[in-house]
Design a protein around this ligand. Structure first.
Ligand code: ATR
Length: 288
């Protein structure tokens, strides 16, 4: 008995893209971009590209030479990719990392960082009636994700950012590098007192993620109009979001940031700015 397998064949004009990482098997990008390719009936393919760190730069230029349109870059290559690019967008320079590389017709490598874009677009789409940048923002965490969120919030016109991180020095260093007087670093234990009159709270730490401890923060001082969001999306509703929702705050989960950050790459490589829909969310979350 033969099993039926469906093959999608690629023509000579098919556009190719993928995600470089090490490891990369956990990445949701192939599923996400594959959904859009099918949905918009585009002749192209997007594949996981596991690349050992010592081979990164050779692999990147080889993909260009093979005719790829571009690649996403994930852990641990976001900073290396920045150094490998010939040209960077302003936001990639300021975030200090690249997650989207486009191969130009003349062979140059163009690096962009779309994480901050994804963060803002997610809030715009999911909380359209919330003036999340009308007052101070409290940002928890000072890692790579925090950096993208801070740059995006500053670009969005946020008047004040209160930045707290368990390791104070990391927050001081990050604020120093971004160098914008709207950022104030506060000590991690006093973060609850910084919630007063805030219009936005963002968790950029890994706390609350499956397998990690919960982010425990007393939200008593937070206005109930403030938007609370988490970049963690597994689980979708973290303890922080559940606690915020219970007291009446609007909340936005982190999945949309992942989905929206993928849009600029897809647009550049395949020619369509794709939609983020409830159906896409469901598809990316399902595993079959
Ligand atoms: P990413 O690039 O995803 O931001 P990261 O650079 O490893 O990842 O940063 C992880 C963030 O989660 C940091 O802000 C980290 O705080 P430290 O700088 O003090 O390590 C934060 N984090 C991780 N575990 C934590 C914990 N148990 N308590 C508080 N913060 C934690």
């Amino acid at each position: 008995m033969t099993s039926r397998t469906s093959y999608r064949t690629l023509s000579g004009t098919s556009r190719l893209a993928g995600v470089m990482g090490w490891p990369v098997s956990h990445s949701k990008s192939p599923r996400l971009q594959g959904y859009w390719l099918a949905n918009y009936a585009i002749d192209g393919s997007y594949m996981p590209l596991p690349v050992a760190p010592e081979n990164f730069e050779t692999a990147l230029t080889s993909l260009r030479d093979l005719g790829f349109a571009g690649v996403n870059v994930t852990i641990p290559f976001k900073e290396t990719a920045m150094r490998a690019c010939d040209e960077l967008t302003d936001r990639a320079k300021r975030i200090g990392a690249v997650n989207t590389v486009t191969f130009a017709k003349d062979g140059r490598l163009l690096g962009d960082n779309t994480d901050g874009f994804g963060f803002i677009e997610n809030l715009r789409q999911e909380a359209p009636d919330t003036a999340f940048c009308s007052g101070p923002a409290v940002v928890l965490g000072a890692g790579g994700a925090s950096r993208a969120v801070l740059v995006a919030l500053l670009d969005e016109g946020c008047p004040e950012i209160r930045l707290a991180n368990r390791t104070r020095k990391r927050a001081d260093d990050l604020a120093g590098e971004i160098n914008d007087s709207r950022i104030t670093v506060i000590d991690w234990p006093v973060a609850p007192s910084a919630l007063e009159n805030a219009s936005l709270v963002v968790n950029t730490t890994s706390l609350g993620m499956v397998g990690q401890p919960a982010l425990e923060i007393d939200l008593t001082g937070l206005p109930t109009s403030a938007l609370v969001t988490d970049i963690v999306y597994a689980p979708l509703i973290t303890d922080l979001l559940a606690q915020a929702k219970d007291r009446g705050n609007p909340i936005v989960d982190g999945l949309g940031m992942l989905l929206h950050q993928a849009r600029p790459g897809f647009h550049k490589w395949f020619g369509i700015d794709p939609d983020v829909t409830p159906d896409l969310r469901e598809f990316v979350l399902s595993t079959d």
